[in-house]
Design a protein around this ligand. Sequence first.
Ligand SMILES: Cc1cc2nc3c(=O)[nH]c(=O)nc-3n(C[C@H](O)[C@H](O)[C@H](O)COP(=O)(O)OP(=O)(O)OC[C@H]3O[C@@H](n4cnc5c(N)ncnc54)[C@H](O)[C@@H]3O)c2cc1C
Length: 389
Amino acid sequence: MSNFPPFGEQHELFRQSVRSFTEREIRPHAEKWDEERFFPNELFRQAGELGYFGLRYDPRYGGSGLDYWYVGILIEELMKGRNVGAVVGLLIQCELATNVIHEYGSEELKQEWLVPAIKGEKIAALGVTEPGAGSDVAAIVTAARRDGDEYVINGSKTFITNSVRADFVTLAVRTGGLGTKGISLVIAPTKLKGFNVGRRLEPIMALSSDTAELFFDDYRVPAANLVGEEKRGFHYIMDLFQGERLVLAYISNGYAKEILDEAMAYAEQREAFGMKIAGMQVWRHRFADLLTEFQASRLLTYYATERLTARDPESQVYVSMAKLYASEFAKRAAIECVQVFGGYGCMRESYVGRAASGVAGFSVGAGTSEIMREIIAKQAFFTTTKFTG
Ligand SMILES: Cc1cc2nc3c(=O)[nH]c(=O)nc-3n(C[C@H](O)[C@H](O)[C@H](O)COP(=O)(O)OP(=O)(O)OC[C@H]3O[C@@H](n4cnc5c(N)ncnc54)[C@H](O)[C@@H]3O)c2cc1C
């Protein structure tokens, strides 16, 4: 693990660029966007112009041909803006809804959807979860029936981020029989007849996020919008989940850093019984534990980044470990940090109090902690690799 993490001069320059973007365009508006339950579409265009959506993508499509380290830096810096909704929205565009087009889409799909998404001119969403199928992706029922050179889609999705403003949804549909082998992915343009946006939802940890239900009523899309091969969708989703889970690990770490910084600053100035909170041994030790766990979480995430960047076959397990650890640590950190503020931490005015109220979302989105444990345990038992080496 020499030179780990491998951050050099180019990484630092990129970090500075994202930091000043965040300070200028996100942090001053963070509270207002949460109150308004929305952040402006303009943010997508600005991020696109700066190249943030194509970090890992082929320069032929407007990308920069870099790797997950740059995505990690992007998230670490964006999270300092303290608006999780905006970060999640931008990362859906940067990774979650577009990476499958980049990996498996036809040249036509790349030109029509990926290229403008990288520029920030078209907004993307990822539609997998349904009212009756979340963790169990193989149970989705939204059906796509082939009719000539079109698919006719009927069904619904829920919890879909970016979906009210999206220009297209990378949509999981059932084109075959039950189970994992009947699922396909299609690019679903949102402006066509039969595509209906239902209720707006309010993710507590990402209030500015544009999250909603979707309904498809004899909604027709060109058959050419199929991503890759028919009935390979489950395999593609599982493949793209690796990047998605790594993103959630970085978001969880970024969230933990912000609340820890805030709570430590408060502990250094708040006095009780004639002494600073940070001067009390019980609190000093609690912070020492939190800082130790924070570093463990960050380093595990970096390790998973290294394995995923190297396309190591075992990277799925390390990514799952990083997502599990980081999102569960964020919950523990939130409870401790709110306590530091006493009554102030319980008021809406308190950043840490507000941030803590939705922290459970990190261990649910992009695969729950229970599913992460399943993945880790399945790989560790009854195989030769024990992940203890
Ligand atoms: C803020 C937010 C944004 C989201 N954005 C999107 C999006 O853009 N696109 C999208 O497609 N989805 C999105 N989701 C949905 C997310 O992926 C699902 O919520 C998640 O996969 C869990 O599915 P579920 O909510 O149906 O829970 P369920 O699958 O019903 O799980 C309920 C509980 O049972 C547990 N459980 C399930 N199976 C097992 C098992 N085998 N063993 C042990 N325990 C189990 C789960 O861990 C959980 O605790 C988003 C979710 C959130 C919170």
